[in-house]
Design a protein around this ligand. Structure first.
Ligand SMILES: NC(=O)c1ccc[n+]([C@@H]2O[C@H](COP(=O)([O-])OP(=O)(O)OC[C@H]3O[C@@H](n4cnc5c(N)ncnc54)[C@H](OP(=O)(O)O)[C@@H]3O)[C@@H](O)[C@H]2O)c1
Length: 297
């Protein structure tokens, strides 16, 4: 029996992290599909507060929770692991508990950083996780919380996210192009960019099914960060030279980054879900549609 507090239920989906890069496009997609939803951010529902989470979720009583909220400051997480775990593990535990109470489907967004990043083979969903940094460990702990509490769930690991809202690599490169004629970018970290506008419809499709499981979802194809930067400058018509460097040459403190972020999307195909378009096409669409103002956010 569902533990909902009200019967006149108008909300179908609750989106956490609705002010974030991905959450905003998930909300936009729900709006486009005319699916009633409510979005929550850290001001309106701090997921580290169990009472607030249980109360709000039992009040809204959604059929589905798309859990995009996370502590995403990968480098800062090394300095404040307690905070990263409080949001990504404990906060996710609260969301999973609340989903269980009201019998809502839960979709948890996770990351390529749960993997060790060795080798060159794309990671299958069944490969053993072994995160190399605090952020990755905290997101994996979130996955484990979901799996402990719920029998059925969607866990969707994504990588190298870009979209109109929030900070991302594409915006950083375009900002650098304003003042620089050359940039150094690492060429030995390889993965796939994920365009939020392409991912959001897949997430909305998924939660309308009972095809639960662990999935990897990123745009098709792969590139290094240097190749991604070159494509960004080309598509945007900027003449900026990219000097390809190795991770060891990049003088930045912070979290260890996996060299291999390739994700196999076989589980999507096996479950009958459509895979996302190739990343280069996604980048072109993003840049042609992006307003200067949005790129400066
Ligand atoms: N960005 C990437 O490259 C990347 C790669 C792989 C996986 N992911 C995963 O993708 C998901 C979405 O990432 P994103 O790039 O959209 O993140 P983002 O832009 O940093 O947004 C994070 C969202 O989480 C919310 N949030 C943070 N702490 C919270 C708390 N204590 N209680 C409630 N809400 C809280 C934020 O709300 P406020 O605005 O109120 O702070 C914001 O809405 C996350 O699960 C992330 O781990 C991201």
């Amino acid at each position: 029996m569902s533990g909902c507090m009200r019967e006149d239920k108008a909300v179908s989906v609750l989106v956490t992290g609705s002010s974030g890069q991905l959450g905003r496009d998930v909300c936009r997609e729900l709006e486009r599909r005319k699916i009633p939803y409510v979005g929550r951010n850290s001001d309106t529902m701090d997921i580290t507060d169990r009472d607030i989470v249980l109360k709000q979720i039992q009040t809204y009583c959604p059929d589905v929770i798309i859990h995009c909220a996370a502590y995403t400051a990968v480098d800062r997480a090394e300095e404040e692991p307690e905070r990263a775990f409080a949001v990504n593990e404990v906060g996710t535990r609260h969301i999973a508990e609340a989903s269980k109470k009201i019998d809502a489907k839960l979709l948890y967004i996770s990351t390529d950083y749960v993997f060790p990043g060795t080798g060159t083979k794309p990671y299958e969903t069944t490969d053993a996780p072994e995160p190399q940094n605090v952020y990755g460990r905290s997101k994996l702990a979130g996955e484990r919380a979901v799996q402990e509490i719920l029998e059925q769930y969607f866990i969707v690991r994504i990588s190298w996210v870009f979209g109109e809202h929030g900070r991302n690599f594409v915006k950083t490169m375009l900002r650098l192009a304003e003042t620089k004629s050359g940039v150094q970018v690492v060429d030995d970290q390889v993965g796939s960019p994920t365009y939020t506008v392409d991912l959001a419809p897949l997430l909305c499709d998924m939660v309308q099914t009972e095809r639960y499981g662990v999935y990897h979802a990123a745009n098709e194809g792969e590139c290094s960060w240097a190749e991604f930067a070159e494509a960004i400058f080309q598509e945007a018509g900027k003449s900026v030279a990219v000097e390809r460097i190795a991770t060891g040459e990049y003088k930045a403190a912070g979290a260890v980054r996996p060299l291999n972020s390739r994700l196999s999307k076989q589980s999507l195909t096996d479950a009958g879900f459509s895979r996302l378009p190739v990343w280069r096409d996604a980048l072109a669409r993003y840049l042609s549609g992006a307003m200067d103002e949005n790129l400066r956010n």
